[in-house]
Design a binder for this molecule. Sequence first.
Ligand code: SF4
Ligand code: SF4
Ligand code: SF4
Length: 246
Amino acid sequence: MKPKIAFFDFTSCEGCQLDVLNLEGGDLLDLLNAVDIVNFREVKTERDDNYDIAFIEGSISRESEIPRLQNIRNQAKVVVALGACACIGGVNCLKNHLPMDEALRIVYGKDAKYYDTIPARPTHAVIPVDYYVRGCPPTTTEFLKVVKALLLGKKPGIPNYPVCVECKMAGNVCVFERGMTCLGPVARAGCSAVCITSGRHCWGCRGLVDEPNIDSEKDILQKYGLTVEQAVDKFKIYNTYAEVVK
Ligand code: SF4
Ligand code: SF4
Ligand code: SF4
């Protein structure tokens, strides 16, 4: 019997699921040969509430999403958070800096009264989560790595060292040398430092490493004449939940 896999979207742009659909032909066929995908709204209309592994995309930002997520947890043997919104709260948590009625007013204007919202939070703030596929969106490589590990009954090996390590391996010139800030010293690697290699900086979309060396990040900022506030603005984009709610 092939394991039954289900995908669920909560508050999200659905880019993470789209990324799964972007799997290259051979990888997609291998996946379809190894598992039975029973729920995937972007792909099929049929659905089955009997599944083994649930991939959760999106953060939780409405009261009604809490029991829905809890029901999924009760059904699934394994729950995997898929993408930054589900893993760390992500961009949805930017609204947590505002009173909720103000956030509703900004988004929905005069129709705000028809909607409800709560401070956005990652999946692990509501239910126990077994594994995380990080990034905005995650790389298909990491998604496949996690699926393969689950099928083999192993724990997926996800890096727990800073993006700086991969950035140096890629041969990039540090953006601090160009007067920019970067969260690379504290952000979790696994993306091959793709943003820096593409000429930008790291926003920390994969969350922070365990026990990030914040003092070291401050020392670097100071060395280059930059302020903590400049770095915090970047930190907020994906990691507001860690900063504001906890
Ligand atoms: S993690 Fe990024 S790509 Fe995925 S749903 Fe959230 S915003 Fe979209
Ligand atoms: S701070 Fe950013 S640009 Fe500099 S080495 Fe680290 S990841 Fe690369
Ligand atoms: S460089 Fe930073 S922001 Fe870009 S993908 Fe990697 S962790 Fe995310």
